[in-house]
Design a protein. Structure first.
Length: 514
């Protein structure tokens, strides 16, 4: 090992793609044994820089050094051999394999598959606080334990520098605290972390150093002990953010969505322990001008609730009424035509056609209504009108793109999300179902989406908001319901509840689900 205080040094890194410079002459030094946070808007170049460090992409210019020694990574395997690991935001685990099998997969040559491997896995599991049997199927683990398995995977392969991509995106506050305790203990043992996050309060809580990237270049570093979250956000966007506004209630007494006795039975492939239903006796009402927030640890029925209301799943029992009309047996298209806008939790699966241009995605799910259609579902699609309206959405929602003819896949995740939100609000819906509307979106775009949702609510829109971001739920909602194991177990007042109290209700720690 070369004698260097830096675990990783990037010098003059430049990466160009057709029509865009993703990274421009970036210098980044990460000291050994520190948590170094990397902040920036979506499309700022963070992901590209980390892909270069992890060997997924190669720079057009610049150099990389690890522990003081120059390296050239042509693949992630090269980076792994140099002691660099990456834990992706979307976990790379096989649900049908055990914990041990996931850790060993592709690394059998290191310690075999016998006693030596089991001993090493047990050692690393203690390091990260993973307290589950190695023969347990991953599909039975919660989100926090899955993340620990991912960390053990990279440690097993010899990583001493670990890239964490949005590691707290789906964790409740107590799980975040546990993760941070693990990182601090590992830091004390000499591990180094590159921590990518949009949650600036958390960045300030865990980081030793913060580097801000804006539009492909480093614009500065910050001491987390001396900078505020607002100052960090303004470094990221390059301008002052609007001051938070107090708001009066806009909730009316007109019910837009009424759900009563909703039940969704578990089929053989999704049944929980004891055949527990996925949804069990769900009642809710969303009024015009109201945001009703749904809180819950992922996997407790939020996805099934949204998909059942949208008609993507057929309810076993119960009724769904929209603006006085029973839509329980209506199809998804009919529900859209009745006035439901839908921001799905997985935009790549249910919100976009990645290979199609932006203007074609503007028509997706709205092909039977103006301005993209002339004459209803069987009428003609008006491509010119679709293109004009796509351009309006791009400008109004600050979708950063070279043009409306590029494929949706060419946009960063945050810009894809802004396109979807803009499209769904353009149909003049009476109800918007927004499932994780700002997941993976930077602080500037997040503020913009929040402002749009508040303005739409003030105009009388009813919003059903599902989010893993507890600050988002508290900041946007007029009322909050907590889901646990397919049932509502608690109600919360956003004016008084804390994230910690919500987190306790979500995990059943407050006794609500006893």
């Amino acid at each position: 090992m070369a004698d260097s205080e830096y675990a990783v040094e990037l010098a003059g890194i430049t990466k160009r793609f057709p029509g865009v410079v993703a990274n421009s002459d970036i210098d980044l030094r990460v000291r050994r044994g520190e948590v170094h946070a990397l902040c920036g808007e979506n499309g700022a170049g963070k992901s590209t820089l980390m892909k270069i460090l992890y060997g997924i992409q190669q720079p057009d210019e610049g150099t990389i050094s690890v522990d003081g020694a120059p390296v050239r990574f042509r693949s992630p395997a090269d980076a792994i051999r140099a002691g660099i690991g990456m834990v992706h935001q979307h976990f790379m685990l096989a649900d049908n394999l055990t914990v041990a099998e996931n850790i060993l997969l592709g690394a059998e040559s290191l310690h075999g598959i016998g006693a030596a491997a089991k001993t090493r896995i047990a050692e690393l599991a203690r390091t990260v606080g993973l307290d589950v049997r190695p023969d347990v199927l991953v599909e039975r683990l919660g989100v926090a334990d899955r993340q620990r398995v991912e960390i053990v995977k990279v440690l097993y392969r010899g990583a001493r520098t670990i890239i964490l991509d949005e590691p707290t995106a789906v964790l409740v506050p107590q799980e975040v605290d546990d993760l941070f305790a693990t990182l601090r203990a590992m830091r004390a043992d000499g591990f180094t972390f590159l921590f990518i996050s949009h949650k600036l309060d958390e960045v300030r809580a865990i980081a030793d150093t913060i580097t801000v990237i804006r539009r492909g270049t480093c614009v500065g570093s910050a001491d987390p002990r001396a900078v505020t979250s607002r100052q960090l956000a303004e470094m990221m966007v390059g301008s002052e953010l609007p001051s938070p506004e107090t708001r009066d209630s806009t909730v009316t007494d007109r019910a837009v969505l009424t759900v009563e006795g909703l039940r969704l039975s578990a089929d053989d492939s999704t049944a929980g322990e004891g055949g527990r239903p996925l949804l069990d006796g769900i009642d809710l009402v969303v009024h015009a001008g109201e945001v009703l927030g749904i809180a819950g640890v992922e996997g407790n029925g939020q996805t099934e609730l949204v998909e059942t209301i949208m008609g993507m799943r057929r309810a076993s029992a119960g009724t769904i009424v929209l603006s006085g009309t029973d839509i329980t047996r209506a199809g998804t298209l009919a529900r859209r035509e009745a006035g439901i806008g839908y921001v799905p939790e997985d935009r790549t699966r249910h919100g976009l056609l990645a290979s199609q241009p932006l203007w074609a995605n503007r028509m997706l799910g709205h092909q039977s209504r103006p301005p993209v259609s002339r004459g209803g579902f069987l009428g003609l699609l008006d491509r010119a009108a679709a293109k004009r309206d796509t351009q309006r959405i791009v400008e109004e929602f600050d979708v950063r793109t070279p043009g409306i003819d590029v494929a949706a896949a060419a946009l960063s995740g945050g810009n894809q999300q802004k396109l979807v939100v803009g499209r769904e609000l353009s149909g003049d819906p009476v109800l918007l179902i927004a499932s994780h509307p700002t997941r993976g979106v930077d602080v500037g775009a997040q503020a913009g989406i929040w402002e749009v949702l508040r303005a739409a609510r003030a105009r009388g829109l009813a919003v059903l908001l599902v989010s893993a971001d507890l600050d988002e739920l508290i900041g946007l909602s007029d009322a909050i319901k907590v889901m646990l194991r397919g049932r509502f177990v608690a109600d919360a007042d956003p004016a008084t509840v804390t994230p910690e109290q919500l987190g306790a209700a979500m995990t059943g720690a407050d006794g609500a689900a006893a």
